[in-house]
Design a protein around this ligand. Structure first.
Ligand code: DX5
Ligand code: ZN
Length: 217
């Protein structure tokens, strides 16, 4: 089964509880939560108080995408806030292997995100230790950006790396996902599609999630 993970960064924070309830009732299986520090990326989003609200109302998998420097300092904190997956950026970690171990020790899925200009082959030596690769299809920092077409080629290479190492790593695509590219991404090997503005700027976010889900399953 392929997964749709709405990026809650694009939701209406003025009615967060309702937005969470909508996703609870939708075909989405994960909540994708974008945490930005204004240092690793030129934007600041949300932290503990908002994550507490997700912890309280979510009935689904909490997928925390950390776009922060020194993520190892915050892994325990995010674990206590109910994370089921913690994804750190390859570019933000001084010691990726240790950070992956640190996440897994807490019984949380360990994800590694890579920017569009980071060579996917750099993940080869870690791939069998990573539960999820978040292949960025935009430069991290903002929702509503245009999908980078180069992603298809990168996805193919990543898929080859994973199968060559007999790893069970799943692939998430993050940025500019819509009904225009969802099917193609899954046919090449994506397992999870993150979608922010395409879902929340649509007339009926719940229906849009359903359409995306149906397109890929
Ligand atoms: C970008 C974030 C994405 C983003 C997705 O830095 O990691 O998750 O919110 O939003 P859309 O789908 O609008 O590109
Ligand atoms: Zn994200």
């Amino acid at each position: 089964m392929k997964i749709i993970a709405p990026s809650m960064l694009s939701c209406n924070f003025g009615k967060l509880e309702e937005e969470i309830e909508m996703v609870n009732k939708s075909d989405a299986d994960w909540f994708h939560l974008d945490i930005m520090d204004g240092v690793f990326v030129p934007n600041i989003t949300f932290g503990t108080p908002i994550l507490d609200v997700f912890k309280k109302y979510s009935e689904k998998h909490l997928d925390m995408h950390l776009m922060i420097v020194n993520p190892e300092n915050y892994v325990e904190k995010f674990a206590s806030l109910g994370a089921n997956t913690i994804t750190v950026h390859y570019e933000a970690c001084d010691n990726l292997k240790d950070t992956i171990k640190q996440i897994k020790k807490l019984n949380i899925k360990a994800g590694v995100a890579i920017n569009p200009d980071t060579d996917v082959s750099l993940l080869k030596e870690f791939i069998d230790q990573i539960d999820l690769v978040c292949l960025m299809s935009v430069f991290p920092g903002f929702s509503g950006q245009k999908f980078i077409n180069e992603t298809y080629k990168r996805l193919k290479s990543l898929k080859t790396i994973i199968s060559n190492s007999n790893a069970n790593t799943i692939i998430q695509i993050d940025g500019g996902v819509s009904l225009d590219n969802a099917k193609k991404l899954v046919s090449i090997g994506a397992d999870i599609l993150v979608a922010g503005s395409f879902v929340f700027k649509s007339e009926s976010p719940k229906k849009t999630i359903e359409k995306l889900y149906t397109a890929i399953n």
